[in-house]
Design a binder for this molecule. Sequence first.
Ligand SMILES: Cc1cc2nc3c(=O)[nH]c(=O)nc-3n(C[C@H](O)[C@H](O)[C@H](O)COP(=O)(O)O)c2cc1C
Length: 220
Amino acid sequence: MNLNAFYAMSYGVYIVSTWDEKRPTGCIANCAMQITAEPATIAISINHDNFTNKCIEQTGKFAISILSENTDPAIIGTFGFQSGKDMNKFDSVKYDIQGDMPIIAAGCAYITCEVINKMETDTHTVYLGKVLEAEVQSKEVPMTYAYYHNIVKGKSPKNAPTYIAEENINNKTSEETKSEKYVCSVCKYEYDGDIPFEELPDDYVCPICKKPKSFFQKQV
Ligand SMILES: Cc1cc2nc3c(=O)[nH]c(=O)nc-3n(C[C@H](O)[C@H](O)[C@H](O)COP(=O)(O)O)c2cc1C
């Protein structure tokens, strides 16, 4: 099987949000899509280990905030690499309550849903949501999964349904494979700036997850 075939598929980048009782919470998801038009339904795939899964199960509701190309990568760092079990993710972003659901203020658009069905896979729950409300928030360009990987230079953690382990990606040039690189141990961001990594100032932080320079590891 050539796993590179999966890179030919297209996705967006979203925050799937819901409530942990009175506390807003959520996670980044690229696996979200409209399934039917009338009634409008949306499907999402959420890892069993994600705190967001348990919260959607309890509330029976979720929302998706559609992120734009201008979204601060730190938002993806917080919502995509940390868990709502350990922190209040929404403390770090501006948000509104729309149709009872927490919505990121900086999104392009949002859609709120009521869970009407679900399917379990070995690793993820696929939730089917009937759309309750949908609204456009800005004219910014929605971020695609490809833009996140190729332009923002972000990675996906193992909990993402589309995760592919580095060692299984076989389109690297020999130059890319051989040269040494510095990789953030939390979000796997690979430093590719013009200044050599060792010469970066001590207050350098990972542009995705904002962890300090000391979290970067040299890989050969
Ligand atoms: C670009 C990207 C895409 C992701 N897509 C998904 C997804 O579709 N489904 C999923 O369950 N997790 C996905 N994740 C992983 C979750 O966002 C991540 O595991 C998060 O820390 C879970 O937070 P929680 O424990 O608060 O729910 C993705 C992460 C990134 C960075």
